[in-house]
Design a protein around this ligand. Sequence first.
Ligand code: SAM
Length: 307
Amino acid sequence: QAVSPAASQVPRYVRVNTLKTCVDDVIDFFKRQGYTYLGKAASVEELKALSGKKFLLDLHLPELLVFPAQTDLHDNLLYTSGHIILQDKASCLPAFLLGPAAGSHVIDACAAPGNKTSHLAAILKNKGQIFAFDVDPKRVATMNTLLTRAGVTGCQLAQQDFLTVDPRDSKYSRVTHILLDPSCSGSGMVTRGLGQEAAPSAERLQALAGFQRRALNHALSFPALQRLVYSTCSLHQEENEDVVQAVLQEWGSAFRLVTAFPSWPCRGLAAFSGAESCLRASPAETFTHGFFVAVLERCREGAPTPA
Ligand code: SAM
């Protein structure tokens, strides 16, 4: 499945960091900088048609502004001060769809550089507890800087292999929500103007899928878990629907897929019955990077351990 030529036309998405500001104030700021605000988009096609110094409010996500593809905001004061986060729309879906209530205990299992963690903190209104893990020390250091800039508190960030985190540790006894965004082939990422990376080999895909299955299994073993979002920026079924199907099968009737964002136009590939509950995103159909999201919920108390 190739990324379409429309890839370089993916709009510039701007997530308003509600820990520091609000949508109206950011809109006013951009207006004062000479941008024209066109209101809330009515269709995805409107996002694609943006040009010049115009911007819209996204139609799906309430705190997301949309600018023309070529807009560079890396030097903008709102970005350098952490009031806005430059984050693709598809990458905003996992935390939004996990939707933990303020006060919840949440794990972000593969968290760096931390855009989804800071989004979770905003959804939690900095109330509750986030346990964030990443195995890569450099990425953890970057993430610390990003979280501080974004005004995130109540997040314990650890440089640790998530697979070694003990689900029975009393620290995690109140963890009801997990976001799992593991390493993947990245085949959905649009490299602006640089062309596509070579396709991953079958061996690499197999190795990635093996890790993704282990990580998903591990996440489901947290005893108080109620809801989990699994996401990748991969287009490959092996890393997406196949991982979800394999792990759900291992857990029998303990967890079920719930329909992620019912009105989202682009669904999971028909790899198994119910796979349309998952969602996909792509430059051609949703004007975002390529992405996959599955939302799992516990069916009943006392889930058995997998066979
Ligand atoms: N969720 C992040 C965000 O939105 O900014 C992006 C995560 S990136 C797709 C995957 C991350 O998983 C990488 O930072 C990688 O270092 C980390 N990772 C890979 N294996 C891991 C493991 N066993 N435990 C924890 N983190 C791991």
